[in-house]
Design a binder for this molecule. Structure first.
Ligand SMILES: Nc1nc2c(c(=O)[nH]1)N[C@H]1C(S)=C(S)[C@@H](COP(=O)(O)O)O[C@H]1N2
Ligand SMILES: [Mo]
Length: 397
């Protein structure tokens, strides 16, 4: 294999650096996510990040504080959520020695340097990366796994080359079924995800080297990561070094056992029901959030309140965002023009505020494929693909 494997001593030294960085955050304050056991620390300075919600130091799990989504369309790199399954990917890469190995059911095996990849025509795509377990902390009944609030998502400009160009150079043989991607994670079961050949051959699937104009930092997969617009981020393999064309279904742990959802129209099941057939998680259903108001905020009676937020879908461009006070009468919001079909779409509206008392605010998105957010949340044992019309309870005084 052409992988750069750091020596054990080098690796341990680097872990020492991690531990020091992780246990000496520059500043820490407390924060409560809106569910049981939701107490977290807001830290600054971990893994070179700005203020983040600390879920775990190693392997790093850092959540984006929700107010970041109100500050701009693009999530800054230093506020972008971080998720690793193990702390076993190298923090430093010997870039001249780094190779991406393309092999398996191909005409020609390839061993590509970063220079080889950079010599191919590059493009930029703005796309949302969302962890399959984003919002898992809201699962009711609770399920094991990272207890994320809504901040395991972010919208970035990804720069890279179409995977398809590399596949075409290798020549995918007839009979190929899937393409498996592996990173430099060393700990078993080694992280790897696969895509059906037709999905992988979409020009928008990128071998990305840059995020928001900067080379990927190590936490986001330096020097190369897969970007699969519209698909949950579990497929966005970081420190990508191995591309294997398979002539059978991928039976590795991360496809066959993990990241699977019930084979039902919405991927949900009834808590406690016997385990039925499951299928690998894939594209993201539409979601929308209000970003400038929070549950419990106070509004002035008989005023007009500006509401704004974000919406996105991995199944088609956002076609419509609506708000409602009762879940029956829905009012169109204005959609901003920027964003692209894979990115966050910003929206805003003017909401009349009624008499003193309680006022609810619900928001729902519909995409070009007619997919719409459901009024109640589904449930599955993995806590994956959480989606529901979000609602806020506001106090009018
Ligand atoms: N090599 C590698 N790639 C990986 C993972 C991993 O553990 N190892 N985790 C995946 C999962 S589950 C998520 S949600 C995203 C998180 O990407 P980020 O940390 O850049 O936000 O990376 C994906 N790519
Ligand atoms: Mo994830």
């Amino acid at each position: 294999m052409d992988h750069f494997i750091p020596s054990r001593r080098h690796f341990m030294g680097l872990l020492g650096v991690t531990a020091a960085a992780a246990f000496a955050p520059l500043r820490a304050t407390d924060l409560q996510l809106p569910f049981d056991n939701g107490k977290r620390r807001l830290v600054e300075g971990v893994e070179g990040k700005g203020q983040m919600i600390l879920q775990r130091t190693r392997a790093p799990l850092l959540e984006t504080p929700f107010e970041v989504y109100d500050q701009g369309l693009i999530t800054p790199v230093d506020r972008f959520y971080v998720r690793w399954h193990t702390a076993s990917a190298p923090r430093q890469i010997d870039t001249p020695a780094f190779r991406v190995h393309v092999h398996g059911h191909v005409e020609r095996e390839l061993s590509l340097t970063l220079a080889d990849i950079s010599s191919l025509p590059a493009r930029e795509i703005t796309a949302v990366s969302q962890c399959a377990g984003n919002s898992r902390g809201f699962s009711d009944p609770r399920v094991p796994g990272a207890q994320w609030g809504n901040g395991a998502m972010g919208n970035a400009v990804w720069r890279g080359v179409s995977l398809r160009q590399v596949l075409d150079r290798a020549g995918v043989k007839a009979g190929a079924v899937a393409i498996r991607f592996r990173g430099l994670d060393a700990m078993p079961p080694q992280f790897g995800k696969s895509l059906a050949v037709d999905v992988a051959r979409n020009d928008d699937v990128l071998l990305a080297t840059h995020m928001n104009g900067q080379p990927l930092p190590w936490v986001h997969g330096f020097p190369l990561r897969l970007v699969v617009p519209g698909w949950f981020a579990t497929y966005w393999v970081k420190t990508l070094s191995d591309i294997e064309v398979l002539d059978t279904e991928d039976d590795n742990y991360w496809m066959a056992k993990a990241y699977r959802i019930p084979t039902t129209p919405d991927g949900s099941t009834t808590p406690g029901a016997p385990a039925g057939a499951t299928t690998p998680i894939s594209t993201m259903p539409p979601r929308s959030f209000v970003t400038n108001l929070h549950d419990g905020d106070r509004l002035r009676a008989h005023s007009t309140q500006v509401i704004r937020g974000i919406a996105f879908s991995g199944k088609g461009a956002i076609a419509r965002v609506e708000w409602s006070a009762d879940g029956h009468a829905w009012h169109r919001c204005q959609l901003d023009s920027e964003g692209g079909k894979y990115g966050f779409r910003r929206w805003h509206a003017q909401m009349p505020v009624g008499a003193a008392g309680q006022q609810r605010l619900l928001v729902r998105a519909t995409d070009a494929g007619g997919n719409v957010q459901p009024p109640t949340a589904g449930w599955n044992p993995g806590g994956f693909m959480r989606n529901v019309v979000e609602s806020l309870n506001l106090v009018v005084a």
